[in-house]
Design a protein around this ligand. Structure first.
Ligand code: Z5A
Length: 207
C-alpha cells in the first residue's frame, strides 16, 4: 500500500503519519515513512532550496519543477523499491500538494501540472490519500504553536492557504475511491479514532 497524507500546514499530517506507522508496525506490517519534498539525499537538498527564505523572487514554474525533480528521484529510488519489497509506504505529502500549492496557491495552470504528473509518474498514484482538513487559520495557529520559525511557504497570507485548502477538497471529492477527507479541526483523539478505523479497514482488506 502506498498512502499519502495531505492538507494545509498544521493540520496534523506528521502526527498522523507517525501514529499510523506505529499501529501498522504493531500489526506486523513493515512500513517506510517518507516525505515530500525530500525523502532522498538529493530531495532533501531540493527541500532546503524550496523552504529557505530568499531575496530572489521564486518563479512558480521553478518551484513546480523542483517539486517534480525531487519527486522523480524519490519515486524511482525510494518509493517503488519499497513497494517492490512489500513494504507499506506512508508519505507526508505527494503529488496532490503540487496541485494544491503550485496550482491553487501560486496559480500555475492545472493542465500544466497534469502534464508534468504524466511525464514524471505516468499512472503511478497513491492507493490511498488522506486529506486532513481544517480551516486555514486553525492550521497556521497549530503550526505556530509547534515552532516559531516560519519557512518560505508559511509566511504566505491567509487567502493563499484558503485556495490551497479548496483545491485539496475539490480534488478529494472528485476522486472518492482514492481520497478520504478527515475533519482535522476536532480534538486529536477524535481524529486518531478515524485514522485508526481506516487502518483496521486496510489491514482487514489485506487478509
Ligand atoms: N509543497 C508544495 O508546495 N508542493 C508540493 O508538491 C509539496 C510540498 C510536496 C513543506 O511541507 C512545504 O512544501 C509545504 C508545502 C510545500 N508548505 N508549507 N508550509 P511540510 O509538509 O514539511 O510542512 P508543513 O505542511 O508545514 O507541515 P507541518 O507544519 O509539519 O504540519 P503538519 O504535519 O500537518 O502538522 P503536525 O506537525 O503534525 O502538527 C502541528 C501541531 O499541531 C503539533 O504541535 C501537533 O501536536 C498539533 N496537532 C495536530 N493535530 C491536532 C489536533 N487535532 N488538535 C490539536 N493539536 C493538533
Amino acid at each position: 500500500m502506498f498512502i499519502s497524507f495531505e492538507g494545509i500546514e498544521g493540520v496534523g499530517k506528521t502526527t498522523h503519519v507517525k501514529f499510523m506507522a506505529e499501529m501498522l508496525q504493531q500489526a506486523g506490517i513493515t512500513v517506510l515513512v517518507t516525505r515530500e519534498p525530500g525523502g532522498t539525499p538529493m530531495g532533501e537538498e531540493i527541500r532546503n532550496i524550496l523552504l529557505v527564505h530568499r531575496h530572489e523572487r521564486v518563479v512558480p514554474m521553478t518551484e513546480l519543477l523542483l517539486m517534480f525533480a525531487a519527486r522523480a528521484q524519490h519515486v524511482d529510488t525510494v518509493i517503488r523499491p519499497a513497494l517492490d519489497r512489500n513494504q507499506w509506504v506512508l508519505c507526508d505529502r505527494f503529488v496532490d500538494a503540487s496541485y494544491a500549492y503550485q496550482g491553487g496557491g501560486r496559480g500555475v495552470r492545472m493542465e500544466t501540472i497534469a502534464d508534468l504528473e504524466t511525464l514524471v509518474l505516468g499512472d503511478f498514484k497513491p492507493d490511498l490519500t488522506l486529506v486532513f482538513d481544517a480551516p486555514a487559520m486553525m492550521g497556521l495557529q497549530r503550526a505556530k504553536g509547534r515552532s516559531s520559525h516560519q519557512d518560505r511557504f508559511e509566511q504566505e497570507k491567509m487567502d493563499f492557504f484558503e485556495r490551497v485548502r479548496e483545491v485539496y477538497l475539490t480534488r478529494a471529492k472528485s476522486d472518492p475511491k482514492r481520497c478520504r477527507i478527515i475533519d482535522a479541526s476536532r480534538a486529536l483523539i477524535d481524529v486518531q479514532k478515524d485514522v485508526s478505523s481506516i487502518i483496521h479497514e486496510l489491514i482487514d482488506g489485506q487478509k
